[in-house]
Ligand binder design. Structure first.
Ligand code: OXT
Ligand code: ADP
Ligand code: MG
Length: 575
């Protein structure tokens, strides 16, 4: 060894992974330690990274995914091999489905043994399993390639349509050593990880012409629009055109829900009545009834309603996925919206007055009906009377982040609780997945430092409930409110044959979830009236202490599957 060619110091796989992440501005890891990554978590903490350690990898994965959505930087989830990896995989698949950028980094067992299927400790061909569920999947075998591996994972997660990326790091890699100077040189600081994608001028012109020809235009904002962080331009586009808009669940608050152009309260009127619809970061999937059928004014299930569509999306393949897109506008939302704004100028004709007044009429009727329902104070407490409180609390604390899951607990919250700022509502997303609650809440608190309010169905909470210990351990300002109606959808089902087992949708009646939080030193509260709920929520916001409120809801108040009852097959045979 010649002393001038190599420095005295060595580095190893552990340090190279940490250095590569830090070099790229990644300062937080969500994970769960164990072989072979225990030392990685320790050394990351020693290197000044925030390491948030969970009780189950799925929750760490969900935390990473939503951190990615909130920050446009890939969230990192770190797991052990086989079972830990599999526990994280649901979150990875969910991230890919929702276009959230995250990287699932899993330790794995010895390649030589795994590939010969000789029965290694936690043996599994993780790369092969992750591939179909991730946007991209990579494995690093040599310490000198760690820099490239992490750079590729970052680019894959955030460029183009964001998504989940899998990075496989075999146990042997971590202990590999190399010269420290050479190691440093092998790392890559990714330049421009999510390059802007500028739309073609003719595509912009086509979109503007179609929009201009509309008699009853409508803009649909999806969570891609929230992700894009082009908030001011999106607002300018809506206000300068005067076009009514409809926010998808996680786009609520992009403009305040109280905005006069919001058509949210007239949803079932505007979708079939609109003639030109501009989708901004929203897919025409099941949540939008695939852009056709009765929701859109079509005669039958699959009939076209007659609308023309403009679609802004970074993914060219999204176009025509369900119906014809007359004006595809492919590019990043920031660039597309600013190109539209440039074309619109300052004297764009507002939509015809009869369209605006027809919407206002429906909207005001629905708002008045809702106000009447919310003013009631029935006993027992209902979704509505409880949510009237949550609505006030969010209004008074517009920076708070609202996490939401359940069926009725989800659907009522979405339509009752107004959001005032972008990226403040985080929910079950494209899959309608239960189990995101505590992972999303923890990440939201860690990433933003703002108070978090999680409105949870009692079933939904159960999927990630053990993480209340994590919330207490890191002393996070999270207030979990469990809408406890004794079960999935409602607590009133009975066993049809009268045996000792309760019905499959029913839980222990009168459960006291608040005691769970108290077990770990947090604040537990039990609320049976809106006044008690209000007091407990206000105190949680004021004190910033981890809090869990067991809000008792009338067990007869919900409907099967909430607002999506029509998707739930029912047996045609009577008994
Ligand atoms: O226009 P109309 O008149 O139609 O009125 C609409 C709006 O105009 C109006 N509106 C307003 N009025 C007044 N004021 C305001 N501000 C306002 N805003 C709107 O209100 C209505 C409704 O508006 P909305 O919601 O916009 O319109 P609509 O038609 O509902 O929209 C359609 C959809 C599809 C876009 C919307 O419904 C939607 O986003 N739905 C999402 C549904 C969803 O994802 N559900 C979760 C999945 S359900 C099921 O799968 C569950 N599981 C199974 C399971 C899952 N999911 N995951 C895993 C891992 N395992 C199993 C389980 C286990 S849910 C569940 C647990 C349930 O039990 P819980 O105890 O947790 O919960 P509870 O039900 O509370 O007991
Ligand atoms: P929602 O559920 O709110 O309707 P979806 O998840 O269906 O939203 O759609 C989000 C869309 O936004 C995806 O098709 C995705 O490709 C797109 N998208 C995400 N980020 C951007 C971006 N920065 N620019 C353009 N499109 C984006
Ligand atoms: Mg319930």
């Amino acid at each position: 060894m010649t002393s001038d060619a190599q420095s005295q110091e060595v580095t190893d796989g552990f340090h190279l992974v940490i250095d590569a992440l830090k070099l790229n501005g990644i300062d937080t890891i969500f994970g769960l330690p164990g072989i072979p990554i225990t030392d990685l978590t320790r050394k990351a903490q020693a290197a000044g990274m925030r390491v948030i350690s969970f009780r189950h990898e799925q929750n760490a994965g969900n935390a990473a995914a939503i951190a990615g959505f909130m920050t446009q930087k890939p969230g990192i989830c770190l797991t052990v091999s086989a079972p830990g990896f599999l526990n994280g995989l649901t979150a990875l698949a969910n991230a890919t489905t929702n276009c959230f950028p995250m990287i699932l980094v899993s330790g794995s067992s010895e390649r030589e043994i795994v590939d010969l299927q000789q029965g290694d400790y936690e043996e599994m061909d993780q790369l092969a399993i992750a591939k179909p569920l991730a946007k991209a999947a990579f494995r690093v075998l040599h310490a000198a390639d760690i820099g490239v591996g992490i750079a590729r994972a970052i680019r894959a997660a955030v460029s183009g349509r964001p998504g989940g990326v899998y990075l496989d790091l075999p146990a042997k890699l971590f202990a590999q050593t190399m010269d420290a100077e050479a190691g440093k040189k092998s790392l890559i600081k990714v330049v421009d990880p999510a390059p802007r994608q500028i739309p073609a001028q003719d595509a912009v012109q086509r979109a503007l012409e179609l929009l201009n020809s509309a008699k009853r235009p409508l803009i649909l904002l999806g969570k891609g629009a929230a992700y894009a962080q082009a908030d001011a331009d999106i607002r300018a586009l809506i206000e300068r055109t005067g076009i009514p808009y409809l926010p998808m669940a996680m786009a609520k608050g992009l403009l305040p829900d109280t905005h006069e152009q919001s058509a949210a309260a007239a949803r079932s009127y505007v979708l079939p009545a609109a003639d030109v619809v501009m989708l901004v970061g929203a897919r025409l999937n099941w949540l939008l009834s695939h852009g056709k059928g009765k929701t859109w004014g079509g005669k039958e299930h699959k009939d076209w309603g007659g609308q023309k569509f403009i679609q802004i999306d970074i993914s060219p393949q999204e176009m025509d996925s369900n119906v014809r897109i007359d004006a595809p506008l492919v590019g990043d939302i920031g660039s597309c919206v600013s190109a539209l704004l440039a074309g619109i100028g300052s004297n764009w004709a507002r939509p015809p007055a009869d369209w605006l007044s027809a919407i206002a009429e429906r909207k005001n009727k629905n708002l008045a009906k809702m106000a009447e329902t919310l003013a009631r104070d029935p006993t027992p407490m209902t979704y509505h009377s409880a949510l009237a409180v949550v609505r006030d609390i969010i209004k008074a604390n517009p920076d708070a982040i609202l996490v939401n899951e359940g069926a009725n607990a989800l659907d009522f919250t979405r339509s009752i609780v107004d959001m005032y700022k972008p990226r403040k509502r985080l929910d079950v997303g494209t899959w309608g997945i239960m189990g995101i609650g505590m992972g999303f809440s923890i990440a939201a608190a860690v990433v933003s430092g703002q108070p978090v309010i999680a409105i949870e169905g009692d079933s939904a909470f159960g999927f990630s409930g053990m993480e209340v210990e994590t919330i207490c351990r890191y002393n996070l300002p999270v207030c979990v409110v469990i809408f406890n109606n004794n079960g999935v959808y409602r607590g009133t089902d009975i066993n049809p044959i009268g045996g000792p087992d309760v019905a499959p949708t029913v839980f222990v009646k009168g459960a006291r979830y608040d005691k769970l939080m108290e077990a770990f030193g947090g604040v537990g509260a039990h609320a049976t009236t809106p006044a008690e709920l209000r007091r407990a929520m206000e105190e949680a916001i004021r004190s910033k202490k981890p809090t869990l409120i067991n809000a008792v809801i009338d067990e007869t108040a919900g409907t099967e599957s909430g607002r999506i009852t029509s998707l739930n097959p029912k047996s045609a045979k009577q008994n």
